[in-house]
Design a protein around this ligand. Structure first.
Ligand SMILES: *Cc1c(COP(=O)(O)O)cnc(C)c1O
Length: 402
C-alpha cells in the first residue's frame, strides 16, 4: 500500500532528532494549519470506481480504511521513524499491542527466541505464557551478560528480545555486543526502548533491527493516552508487520496519535530535565536507603556502559528498603506530593511497589530471579522542582523510620 501524505522526506531527512521531534512527518492540508490536523475518519471516498480498484490494487496513492492508514497516524509514524533513524514505523493502540505484533508477525511454531529476564510484566507474560501456546519457545537470560545470549542460541533461534534499561531493576544490556552476537547468526534483535526513547538512545545505531515502543510513556509524556510503535526496515514494516496488524487490527486512534504528536514536540526538553531531576533525587536517596538501581549514578555496576549508549539515564529508577512490603507500602502511604501510581514517563512524579502492582502477575520465583524484592520501590521523576520531591521523600522516609 502506497503512502499518500507527507513531506518530501528526502529533503528533511537530514534534520537532527530534536528538529524531527517538532516537525518530522508533518503533512499540511489545504488550510495550511500549523498544528497537525486530527483526521477522525474511518473510511475514505473515491472519485470513481476505477480509483477505488486502483487504490486497492496498490497502483494509486491514497488511503482506503483507517485500520490500514490514517493521515494523523501516518504523520506520527513518519515522525517516530525520522527521530529513530529508521526506514519505517507503524503505530499500534498500546505498547503491548506493539510488542505482541512485533513478535507474532514474524514467529511461527517451532521457532525459539531468547529474551532478557528483567522485563515489563506483560512482556514476560507474552514470552512465558502466550508464545508457548503457539509452539514458540523462549529462553530467558540475565541480559547483562552477552555470553549468556550467545550460549542460549539454538539452530531454530529466530530473535532476541530485550529492554534496556529494563523495568524495574534497571539492568543495562550491552546493545553493541548483543546485536553483534545476533547478527553473526542471522538472528533479529527486537529492542523495547520505552525507558529511553530515541531522544536518549537509538538502538539501530548499535545494530538492532527492530525498535518497539510503548509511546504511552515518555512520548506522550503527560499521562494522557495509550499508544505503541514498531520501527524497522521498510521491508520488515511494510511486508511483515503490516500484514499482521492490518488484518488483526491493533490500530492507534487518530486522536491518540495527535496527542502523541504534541507530546513528541517537547520530548527532548522533558526527558533531559526529568533525567537531571532523577539524578538529583537519586543522589539524595542513595544517602538514605540501603540500595539503589540508578544507571546514571556511578554506584550502578553498569554505569559506564549505560552512559556509553545513552545520552542521559532517564527519569526512572528503583531502590530497596530492608523492611519488606510493609515498609515499602508505608513509605508510599506517607508521600504527600509524589503520587502512588504504576505509570511511568509522566511529567508528574509517580512511585509504585512493583511486587504488588506491575509485576504481581508473575510467580514469586520469577520475581526473585528478576531481582524484584518485597522492599523494592520504583520511581518516575517528573518535572516538579526536585527540592520539593526530595522534601517529600525525606518526610516519607522519616515516617517509616529511615
Ligand atoms: C509500559 C511498558 C510497556 C507496555 O506499554 P503499554 O502502552 O502500557 O501497553 C512495554 N514495555 C515497557 C518497557 C513499558 O514500560
Amino acid at each position: 500500500m502506497k503512502r499518500s501524505t507527507g513531506q518530501d522526506r528526502e529533503k528533511t531527512r537530514h534534520w537532527r532528532p530534536a528538529t524531527q521531534a517538532v516537525r518530522g512527518g508533518t503533512a499540511r492540508s489545504e488550510w495550511g494549519e500549523t498544528s497537525e490536523a486530527i483526521f477522525l475518519t474511518s473510511g475514505y471516498a473515491y472519485d470513481c470506481a476505477a480509483d477505488a480498484a486502483a487504490r486497492f490494487a496498490g497502483d494509486q496513492q491514497g488511503m482506503t480504511y483507517s485500520r490500514l492508514q490514517n493521515p494523523t497516524v501516518e504523520m506520527l509514524e513518519q515522525r517516530i521513524a525520522l527521530m529513530e533513524g529508521a526506514e519505517a514505523c507503524r503505530c499500534q493502540a498500546s505498547g503491548m499491542a506493539a510488542m505482541t505484533a512485533a513478535l507474532l508477525c514474524q514467529l511461527e511454531a517451532g521457532d525459539h527466541i531468547v529474551a532478557g529476564r528483567a522485563a515489563f510484566g506483560s512482556c514476560r507474560w507474552l514470552t512465558d505464557t502466550l508464545l508457548p501456546k503457539f509452539g514458540i519457545e523462549t529462553t530467558t537470560v540475565d541480559a547483562r551478560d552477552p555470553d549468556l545470549w550467545k550460549s542460549a542460541i539454538r539452530p531454530e533461534t529466530k530473535l532476541f528480545f530485550f529492554e534496556t534499561p529494563a523495568n524495574p531493576t534497571m539492568d543495562v544490556v550491552d546493545l553493541k555486543a548483543v546485536c553483534e552476537i545476533a547478527k553473526e547468526r542471522d538472528i533479529l534483535t527486537v529492542v523495547d526502548n520505552a525507558f529511553a526513547t530515541s531522544a536518549l538512545q537509538r538502538p539501530l545505531e548499535f545494530g538492532a533491527d527492530i525498535v518497539a515502543y510503548s509511546a504511552t510513556k515518555m512520548m506522550d509524556g503527560q499521562g494522557r493516552v495509550l499508544a505503541g510503535a514498531v520501527c524497522g526496515s521498510e521491508d520488515f514494516i511494510e511486508n511483515t508487520l503490516l500484514a499482521f496488524t492490518r488484518n488483526t487490527g491493533p490500530t492507534l486512534s487518530a486522536f491518540n496519535a495527535w496527542v502523541v504528536l504534541k507530546g513528541l514536540e517537547t520530548l527532548d526538553l522533558r526527558i533531559r530535565r526529568q533525567s537531571e531531576n532523577a539524578l538529583e533525587v537519586g543522589r539524595f536517596l542513595e544517602s538514605r536507603v540501603p540500595r539503589i538501581n540508578h544507571p546514571g549514578l556511578p554506584s550502578h555496576p553498569q554505569h559506564n556502559l549505560a552512559m556509553s549508549q545513552m545520552d542521559a539515564a532517564g527519569p526512572i529508577f528503583s531502590f530497596y528498603l530492608d523492611g519488606g512490603r510493609s515498609q515499602a507500602h508505608g513509605l508510599l502511604d506517607a508521600l504527600e506530593l509524589v503520587d502512588i501510581s504504576n505509570n511511568i514517563g509522566d511529567s508528574r512524579s509517580l512511585m509504585t511497589h512493583p511486587a504488588s502492582t506491575t509485576h504481581s502477575g508473575l510467580s514469586e520465583e520469577v520475581r526473585a530471579e528478576m531481582g524484584i524484592e518485597e522492599g523494592m520501590l520504583r520511581i518516575n521523576v517528573g518535572l516538579e522542582d526536585p527540592q520539593d520531591l526530595i522534601d517529600d521523600l525525606d518526610g516519607a522516609l522519616k515516617a517509616v523510620g529511615l
